[in-house]
Design a binder for this molecule. Structure first.
Ligand SMILES: [Zn+2]
Ligand SMILES: [Zn+2]
Length: 135
């Protein structure tokens, strides 16, 4: 059976940055690494999409920060919402799931970098957990 290609859209908190992408939603990645913790206050929740399916309004408000040699994180310069996690050479770009419009349901996913997890919360679901990333 062929699945209908859904269209997903999202925005930052103030609405200056809007994006959309089509396709079946990927796994959700809950990243507990130290960078995500400092960036998002807890863990990062990302959903990947193929670059060519992703469109974003590139206003001057879209800022970016190079968090590693080949990784760039974008955010809104007005409200500070994190937007994407973008690794050079990857076919996918990762969007912060919390920015998606509506009540998007994703039940499949994984926890990564749990070795860096904060001590002030628990992982309370049965999704697979990886100390770093799956091999
Ligand atoms: Zn904003
Ligand atoms: Zn992370």
């Amino acid at each position: 059976m062929k699945k209908k290609l859904a269209k997903h859209s999202g925005s930052c908190q103030c609405g200056a940055i809007r994006f959309s992408f089509g396709g079946v939603l990927d796994d959700i990645w809950f990243c507990h690494c130290t960078q995500c913790r400092k960036n998002y206050g807890m863990y990062g929740a990302f959903v990947g999409t193929l670059r060519e399916n992703f469109t974003i309004n590139k206003t001057r408000k879209l800022r970016s920060y190079k968090s590693s040699a080949d990784i760039r994180r974008t955010f809104c310069g007005t409200c500070g919402s994190p937007i994407t996690w973008d690794r050079k050479g990857y076919t996918r770009i990762y969007v912060l799931a919390g920015l998606l419009d509506g009540k998007v349901k994703i039940t499949h996913g994984k926890h990564i970098f749990t070795k860096n997890k904060g001590g002030y919360y628990q992982i309370c679901d049965s999704l697979p957990q990886y100390k770093t990333v799956p091999k």
